[in-house]
Design a protein around this ligand. Structure first.
Ligand code: HEC
Length: 119
């Protein structure tokens, strides 16, 4: 009987570790982006391909190239430097009509966390 319990514990342990590991990985994923993000080569292309169809000066924030940075700064869309910044929370809100891809979200969040430089 004792040996039986020991075997059950030994078999269950790796399973538990696998479950714990996969949970942890899932919650961390949206906040990870490996590499540097640049405003001009990573963020502007997202605005141009995914956003300016609706945010072209008629709806806040204005994301037109050349005007977006000033509009995001003056409208306080880039602070605090985390996922609660309005640029990120607004575009990922449940009632927002467009769902950016995982990679787009990661890039924009990384840029916000870096302090949103105009680089
Ligand atoms: C199909 C049209 C459409 C597209 C494309 C679109 N949006 Fe929006 N967006 C809206 C509408 C409508 C609202 C206001 C309704 C709401 O709050 O969900 C909004 C609201 C927002 C807000 C919150 C504004 C505020 O002041 O509260 C942000 C930030 C935002 N969008 C960012 C983006 C970004 C970034 C993209 C590109 C990845 C994008 N949107 C693409 C229609 C769009």
């Amino acid at each position: 009987m004792k040996l039986y319990k020991l075997i059950v514990i030994i078999l269950a342990l790796p399973l538990l570790l696998v479950i714990l590991f996969s949970c942890e990985k899932e919650t961390l994923e949206p906040y990870e982006f490996a590499g540097d993000v640049s405003y001009s080569s990573d963020i502007i292309p997202i605005f141009e391909s995914k956003c300016i169809g609706c945010h072209a000066g008629n709806r806040e924030p204005n994301l037109i190239t050349g005007e977006a940075y000033e509009s995001l700064r003056s409208g306080n869309y880039l602070t605090p430097a985390d996922e609660s910044a309005l640029l990120f929370s607004g575009m990922t809100a449940d009632d927002h009509p467009v769902k950016p891809s995982e990679e787009e979200k990661q890039k924009i969040l990384k840029w916000i966390k870096d302090g949103a430089p105009e680089n």
